[in-house]
Design a protein around this ligand. Structure first.
Ligand code: RP5
Length: 166
């Protein structure tokens, strides 16, 4: 039975961005759960979820939050599963505050932080973490890389064609 990924967001307002992480996990065939849990508004529920995550079959946790973005750090404080933080754009600083709050963790409690609104990369990184012990998933990741490479090669060929028409 493959491990699940937990996709946690601090607010339903994060969902339009976070859903692309769920879509990517689904594309890889990775079981996942998505939940709204807040480090500030539901701290006890967030801590309980993080504390029980390993026993409940999760292998990685994605946490998306904006502004005073303590969600990923609060999860990392309560589990030794890998935690991937998505700092969300928005607010007065347009995400710079969330980026720093997510990435600047104290020594010993890491959060692997992706780009602002980097939901797809969060899912790919979670997949890569699970693929360390899952050869079938590793093969899917390899196939995705090949497909990506082919797409870029096709775009390069089209660019060279367009250049001849200038
Ligand atoms: C964070 O505050 C959430 O993750 C969200 O990105 C931001 C704003 O939340 P709402 O006020 O839209 O619920 O905790």
């Amino acid at each position: 039975m493959s491990k699940k990924v937990a996709v946690i967001m601090g607010s339903d307002s994060d969902w339009p961005v976070v859903k692309s992480a769920c879509a990517q996990l689904k594309e890889f065939g990775i079981p996942y759960e998505a939940h709204i849990l807040s480090a500030h508004r539901t701290p006890a529920e967030a801590a309980a979820f993080a504390s029980g995550a390993r026993a409940n079959g999760f292998g990685a946790i994605i946490c998306a939050a904006g502004m005073a973005a303590h969600l990923a750090g609060a999860f990392a404080a309560n589990t030794t599963l890998p935690v991937i933080g998505i700092p969300m754009k928005g607010g007065a600083m347009d995400g710079l505050d969330a980026l720093l709050a997510t990435v600047q963790m104290p020594s010993g409690i890491p959060v692997a932080t992706v780009a602002l609104n980097g939901a797809k990369n969060a899912a790919v990184l979670a997949a890569q973490i699970l693929a360390v012990s899952d050869d079938a998933l590793a093969a899917k990741l390899d196939a995705a890389r090949v497909a990506m490479s082919e797409q870029i090669c096709a775009k390069e060929a089209k660019l060279q064609q367009d250049l001849e028409t200038i």
